[in-house]
Design a protein around this ligand. Structure first.
Ligand code: PAF
Length: 282
């Protein structure tokens, strides 16, 4: 695996592969790689000839006061893990390569960014995500890009970005990867101390409880949300949000119909965690 720092280098590597008729897969990351990221790299390995992993802690998607400075930066380890999972190129640019002096463009995806994480982290969060992902797509020009379903709203924002701007890339969302006790893997899990780590399992258990209610045939939002909230309350967690929305367009739902997204975010100890579950009425 090669580590490249500049746009020119990654473009040269990709265009050589493309000239040879290769399929190019991109896994965008902010580093601090865990099994969730590695599952994306392995999936990219299966589906592409050239696998590019990007590692860039994107400052524009952090609101003031969020954890930009503290965000774990573990490039050496990340490089080993990415190589082990099958990456060919690790694109790890400095901030000046992505945001040179005078950078003045921002992409705003309207309609689905005002709710859930957008409502709580501020509109700038998804503007930062959409802008950096658009840049990565311009730089790497992948045929396929892989994202984790844990960031369900992010996946929808990127799908809409790609559709609206006619970007020639297929977006593949990959399943949430969980610890043995159900906690969704996240780079931010390292912020959890032992007590918070234990309490954090309540997010997945809350989603399980909601799913069990739906499986019993109770599909109303009040019942579904109450079941999830009871588990969180029991663990002393007051969620930032716990909402039932359409998995297609994030419209608020009064009952589980079609494909519903039950999404939760909560501060647990020092970590802000998110998780979600797709619910379908039988
Ligand atoms: O999901 C992430 O790690 C980031 O939001 C992404 C997609 C790499 C953009 O910075």
């Amino acid at each position: 695996m090669r580590i490249v720092r500049t746009i020119a280098e990654v473009r040269a590597a990709v265009s050589a592969a493309r000239d040879a008729g290769d399929i190019v897969g991109l896994v965008p990351t902010m580093g601090a790689l865990h099994e969730g990221h590695l599952s994306l790299v392995r999936r990219a390995r299966e589906g592409s000839d050239l696998v590019v992993v990007s590692l860039f802690v994107n400052p524009t998607q952090f609101a003031p006061g969020e954890d930009l400075a503290a965000y774990p930066r573990t490039e050496e380890r990340d490089a080993e893990l990415a190589a082990g999972a099958g990456a060919d190129i690790l694109f790890a640019p400095p901030a000046s390569e992505i945001y040179p002096d005078g950078f003045a463009t921002s992409i705003h995806v309207a309609g689905i960014t005002e709710v859930l994480c957008g409502a709580h982290r501020g509109a700038a969060h998804f503007d930062g995500v959409a802008t950096v992902v658009a840049k990565l797509f311009q730089i790497v020009a992948p045929d396929v890009a892989y994202f984790g379903q844990k960031d369900a709203q992010q996946v929808l924002v990127i799908r809409r970005l790609v559709r609206d701007l006619d970007m020639p890339v297929r977006i593949e969302a990959c399943p949430i990867v969980r610890e043995p006790d159900g906690l969704a893997m996240s780079s931010r899990n390292v912020y959890l101390d032992a007590a918070a780590r234990k309490r954090a399992t309540a997010l997945n258990r809350a989603l399980d409880a909601a799913e069990a209610v739906v499986a019993r045939g109770e599909t109303g939002a009040p019942e579904v949300l109450a079941a999830a909230r009871a588990v969180l309350t029991d663990a002393g967690i007051d969620p930032e949000y716990l909402e039932l929305r359409s998995a297609e367009d994030l419209r608020e739902l009064t009952r589980v119909e079609g494909t519903a997204l039950l999404a939760v975010a909560a501060q647990v100890g020092a970590a802000r965690l998110i998780d979600n579950r797709i619910l379908e009425a039988r």
